[in-house]
Design a protein around this ligand. Structure first.
Ligand code: HXC
Length: 262
């Protein structure tokens, strides 16, 4: 595994709220935030995802709190923020990683299928940003949204996710402008194909994997650690003048014009 390349405890004294923080890419980001000194609230719908992730962080000497909330429900999000404040006393970093995804041809997608992904990815991100605003304003904190590169081109079977993530990018840029004035930075990371994730195993059929890999200029899939490092950078003071950026972390994949199914 890649070493931690940042100064020790670069995020000491910070409190982070990470949706989707139990598993996958944002599970890694939450662990990395803790490794770098932040206390973290892990938030998702399922306690069975959150508890083991929180235990791993606590066992490594970090401090994690598991909070069950569905980002689609504004009241549940507000309660989760309140629980985080009760436990840790402040809020400095918000990572919006909760996401839904499945492959489906556009003509077969039901209104509820389209809406469910928009509700989780886009409206969920809004719900969390909205609920966190007052505390982030107090702390001069930052928001990191996990986007995608799917919508840069037309990615078959990903209409719903592409629409939702395009919205996440818009929200990132808009809030960067509106909330920058309050000292809140708002950025996003757009990961390319990342190995050892549910998205990769469920969404990229085995025969497509090799072709996909050949289309990545750096010649390999991303690792969760690659996203973690980008996230730590954007959430740290090293990025204190970066606001409204969507940082693509994909080895140059989307520029090479070979997307999933393409
Ligand atoms: C077609 C589907 C479907 C499928 C769900 N739906 N799965 N339609 N094909 N495979 C439709 C349902 O039929 C229903 O519409 C509507 O979506 C809601 O489904 P529910 O199961 O009732 O919703 P819910 O229990 O809330 O959960 C749905 C979900 C879940 C959140 C979308 O299936 C899911 O995504 N879980 C995995 C989470 C995940 O892997 N996250 C990481 C994403 S990775 P109807 O009309 O029937 O009522 C990522 C990276 C992208 O985003 C980049 C990849 C390379």
């Amino acid at each position: 595994m890649m070493e931690n390349i940042f100064a020790e405890k670069i995020l000491a004294q910070r409190v982070a709220f990470v949706t989707g923080g139990g598993t996958g890419i944002t599970g890694g980001v939450a662990r990395a935030l803790a490794e770098n000194g932040a206390r973290v609230a892990l938030v998702s719908r399922k306690m069975e995802h959150l508890e083991p992730a929180a235990e791993r962080i606590n066992a490594l000497g970090g401090e994690a709190l598991a909070v069950v909330a569905d980002v689609r429900q504004p009241e549940e999000v507000e309660r989760a923020i309140a629980q985080t404040l009760e436990r840790f006393g402040s809020l400095d970093i918000v990572v919006n990683g909760a996401a839904g995804n499945f492959l489906c041809a556009a003509e077969e997608l039901s209104p509820n299928g389209f809406g469910t992904v928009v509700d989780i990815d886009l409206k969920g991100t809004f719900n969390v940003c909205r609920a966190a605003f007052a505390e982030l304003k107090k702390s001069g904190g930052s928001i990191l949204n996990i986007s995608a590169t799917l919508h840069y081109l037309g990615t078959p079977y990903q209409l719903h996710v592409s629409a939702a993530k395009a919205g996440v990018d818009a929200l990132t840029r808009n809030l960067a402008v509106e909330w920058g004035r309050h000292g809140i930075r708002v950025n996003a990371i757009a990961p390319g194909p990342i190995e050892d994730t549910e998205g990769m195993s469920r969404l990229v059929p085995e025969p497509v994997k090799e072709k996909l890999k050949r289309g990545i200029p750096l010649g390999r899939f991303g690792r969760i650690r690659d996203i973690e490092q980008a996230a730590i950078f954007l959430c740290s003071d090293a990025a204190s003048f970066i606001n409204g950026a969507v940082l693509v972390v994909d080895g140059g994949q989307w520029l090479s014009n070979r997307m999933v199914g393409g």
